[in-house]
Unconditional design. Structure first.
Length: 269
């Protein structure tokens, strides 16, 4: 029996974390969402499974994270075994910008990076610190931050992908933060890692996929095949999260502070 808190659970990978973890009735699963009332699939899952507790919190609002931790503490008697920080936001307007297209303008640049920095840098710190007292009292003592293999400079260069600069840069900063936390918290028996879930299909919209999304996926496939010709396409979220949870279950002290993949190594595909 373990207790888990997962951020960003309204849809996508976060919802899949909740679904898979709550399949074990002995687990207690806290699904943290920014807008729970509009998360229809999450609400349905919580009605079906008594071990799922929906908690409202926003990574950009430190007080809401403290309130969420306090709410969870009441249910668990002040402990939490595993924290999985999956939530992320980014500015869609900047996703296809290259570095040289960023304007030499203070306000404009800060606005382009704001969403990514708020969630992956500030949000990572605030979430970790809000839940740290519970993790210290927990049994498993694990803190997980979802990252991306795109922070690997070799991947960027070999694949020839100059885009997603704000998202990837914020995740790279988060990885350094993870390493710093790992050094600080290892003496307390707490493991902190960044995990890339792989190249996952997280599309939730109607089918067929819009042409721009299909085109973007094809572009990324061709780019990733420059790195690894064996890449055939995106993996399903169910498979990704199953592998990520296996990595979390078998996490070692040697891995704390690192960014690892859903395979438990540096194979990002």
């Amino acid at each position: 029996m373990s207790s888990y808190a997962i951020t960003g659970t309204s849809r996508g990978l976060g919802l899949e974390f909740v679904r898979q973890l709550s399949q074990n009735a002995s687990n207690t699963v806290f699904a943290i969402a920014r807008n729970p009332d509009s998360a229809a699939n999450l609400q349905t899952l919580a009605k079906q499974r008594a071990n799922v507790h929906i908690i409202k919190a926003d990574l950009s609002d430190p007080q809401s994270l403290l309130d969420a931790a306090a709410e969870i503490s009441k249910i668990t008697n002040g402990s939490l075994d595993v924290l999985i920080n999956n939530a992320v936001t980014y500015n869609p307007e900047s996703m296809m910008m290259t570095p040289s297209q960023i304007p030499v303008d203070d306000a404009a640049t800060r606005q382009l990076f704001k969403a990514s920095i708020d969630s992956s840098v500030y949000g990572a710190i605030w979430t970790t610190n809000a839940f740290l007292p519970l993790i210290e009292s927990g049994k498993d003592k694990k803190i997980i931050h979802l990252s991306t293999g795109m922070v690997d400079q070799h991947i960027t260069k070999a694949a020839g992908v100059p885009y997603m600069i704000d998202y990837v840069a914020s995740k790279a900063a988060m990885n350094v933060i993870v390493a710093k936390y790992a050094v600080e918290l290892e003496p307390r028996g707490i493991k902190v890692v960044a995990i890339s879930p792989g190249w996952v299909d997280t599309y939730d919209g109607p089918y067929p996929k819009p042409a721009e999304i299909a085109g973007s996926t094809q572009y990324m496939l061709q780019s990733f095949q420059k790195v690894n010709p064996e890449v055939k396409g995106q993996i399903e979220r169910e498979d990704s999260i199953k592998m990520v949870l296996d990595v979390i279950d078998n996490l070692t002290t040697k891995q704390t502070g690192l960014m690892i993949s859903h395979h438990g190594n540096q194979d990002w595909f």
